[in-house]
Design a protein around this ligand. Structure first.
Ligand SMILES: *[C@@H]1O[C@H](CO)[C@@H](O)[C@H](O)[C@H]1NC(C)=O
Length: 213
């Protein structure tokens, strides 16, 4: 009787793990994030709205730099909102997944701009890569990229933190791998949780089953 119970317990563990592993959104659901730069005011701007991207380019003196990574336009499983904030005084667009920072940003002169919300993974799952946040104090400019070498030729930009996990522009060719370059360790692409979790869980349950036979 007990063995049956633990056997079902183990099966349940595998089932839960499978459901979690399957919870990755289809990468093709992700949309490119367009980047524009205004040299005179020193501001990098990011949007998934290509109408807005085109408009800010022509009317506001921004120079389009294209798309470098992808996010989701709706909150899919395991994602959090990447809030967009704007400081008119410092001419700085600032993006963060930190809800406290976002909600208290007005204290530092920022306003939330929540049109066209963006969502990124809160941990490195589903083929995502770290979205690196840099800051240039002289230009009061926040800069975001998934390429750790991009700031090599950008003096004054200091690394601040990982601001969630975005998807590379193109899916990795195979079902394994998932890193854009050889710089970071290979990451599991299709598991929301480490695969070992489900095996550990099952092994533990089976061990208990055997122990209580
Ligand atoms: C995209 O941007 C344009 C221009 O700012 C705006 O009129 C439009 O409503 C935006 N689209 C969406 C889906 O938010």
């Amino acid at each position: 009787m007990k063995m049956l119970f633990y056997f079902l317990f183990a099966l349940g563990g595998v089932f839960v793990a499978e459901v979690l592993a399957d919870s990755c959104a289809v990468p093709s659901q992700a949309v490119p994030v367009y980047r524009a730069f205004h040299n005179a005011i020193g501001d990098h701007f990011y949007t998934i709205n290509n109408t807005e991207y085109a408009a800010i380019n022509t009317a506001n003196g921004y120079f389009g730099e294209g798309a470098h990574f992808r996010v989701f336009s709706t909150q899919v499983s395991s994602t959090v909102q990447l809030f967009r904030l704007w400081n008119g005084g410092d001419a700085d667009h600032f993006y963060t997944i930190d809800t406290t920072t976002a909600s208290t940003a007005s204290a530092t002169g920022y306003v939330q701009e929540n049109t066209d919300p963006m969502f990124v993974y809160s941990s490195q799952v589903c083929g995502s890569v770290p979205l690196l946040r840099y800051y240039n104090l002289d230009k009061t400019d926040h800069f975001y990229t998934i390429s750790p070498t991009e700031v090599d030729n950008m003096p004054g930009y200091e690394f601040e933190r990982v601001e969630g996990y975005a998807l590379p522009l193109t899916d990795s060719s195979s079902s394994s791998g998932g890193t854009a370059s050889g710089a970071s360790p290979p990451a599991k692409t299709n598991a929301a949780i480490p695969l070992s979790f489900e095996y550990l869980y099952s092994l533990l349950s089976l061990a208990l089953a055997v122990a209580y036979l």
